[in-house]
Write a protein that binds this ligand. Structure first.
Ligand code: SF4
Length: 306
């Protein structure tokens, strides 16, 4: 969307955090989800959010994720149907805990296919299962048999990798694919190589200037990154939040965009360590320190571990 030569949000995807509840409590979870988490959409809220996404006029894909969306199976089926009927392409992200065999996986995937799911993304890694034929692999095979598009998400325990051959200089890097936000900050950062905080001068994973994807939760929060929000869609409709989003004027996205997490620290004169694992590590802790200052833009507290 071009306004006065500047570009703003053009939403293509809305990801529902259908529930914060999860059967697992993974060390790398961005959102601190667990069997004790609270917050689940009602079907009425799903329909309201879908109507708001439709008003935004640019949204093509709706995803249902969590937490673990299969824990609320009837709600998930009806939510898929509602999105499909409104003309959205529909994806689901799951840990496939229900899969006990390929054949039986097809039993619970079939109602989802019939309701209109286009794509199934499944967490398939050691955080979720240590079996060779994991539930994820069984569900992926069943999904392919039903004609669904599929993909696997694979995150591993962080590893320290030395610079590659031919790179004589340079610091060790962290491999494994975990993002150091949420519970990963508490559980996975110990012993990893660190970088000086002043080097952490950009946001490497989210396009805060022109976001094309948001996550929405049952409390109405519209997340640009987990716990960093555009506003609340139960107070201001999604289409208005998107239309009025000005990253430079946003009290947290503004500094992040101009100079990364390091600028966030400078701007609000936050106490800090000398070094962090990466940008997200510093960003998460800086935002956590700002939670009470900007409750409208840093929410909900539970994704910061409260
Ligand atoms: S730097 Fe901050 S806003 Fe950017 S991806 Fe990492 S946690 Fe999210």
């Amino acid at each position: 969307m071009a306004v006065g030569g500047e570009k703003y949000a053009m939403l293509k995807q809305v990801h529902f955090l259908l529930t914060y509840l999860c059967n697992f409590e993974c060390d790398h979870c961005f959102l601190f989800c667990s069997p004790h988490s609270t917050g689940t959409f009602t079907l009425a809220q799903v329909n309201l959010a879908l109507a708001q996404a439709q008003e935004a006029a640019t949204v093509e894909w709706v995803y249902y994720e969590g937490g673990e969306p299969l824990l609320f199976f009837p709600l998930l089926v009806e939510s898929v149907r509602a999105a499909h009927q409104r003309g959205f392409k529909v994806g689901i992200v799951t840990n496939a805990y229900q899969a006990t065999s390929v054949e039986d996986s097809a039993l619970w995937l079939k109602p989802l296919t019939d309701a209109g799911v286009d794509y199934l993304s499944i967490s398939d890694d050691a955080f979720h299962s240590d079996q060779e034929l994991s539930p994820a692999k069984m569900a992926l095979e069943a999904a392919r048999g039903l004609g669904m598009g599929t993909g696997a998400i694979c995150i591993n325990q962080p590893t320290i990798m030395q610079p590659g051959e031919g790179q004589e200089k340079g610091a060790p890097v962290v491999g494994g694919g975990a993002m150091f936000r949420g519970r990963a900050v508490e559980k996975l950062t110990e012993g990893l190589p660190l970088r000086n905080w002043q080097e952490l001068a950009s946001c490497p994973h989210e396009n805060l200037a022109e976001p094309s994807r948001v996550h929405i939760d049952p409390m109405g929060n519209v997340h640009l990154c987990q716990g960093l929000t555009m506003g609340n869609m139960w107070q201001t409709p999604l289409s208005c939040l998107v239309r009025d989003y000005r990253p430079v004027e946003h009290p947290v996205c503004g500094p992040l965009q101009s100079g990364g997490p390091a600028q966030l620290v400078r701007e609000y004169q936050l106490p800090h360590e000398q070094a962090y694992v990466d940008e997200c590590h510093l960003c998460f802790l800086a935002r956590k320190a700002l939670l009470q200052k900007f409750p409208k833009y840093l929410a909900p507290p539970q994704v910061y571990g409260f």
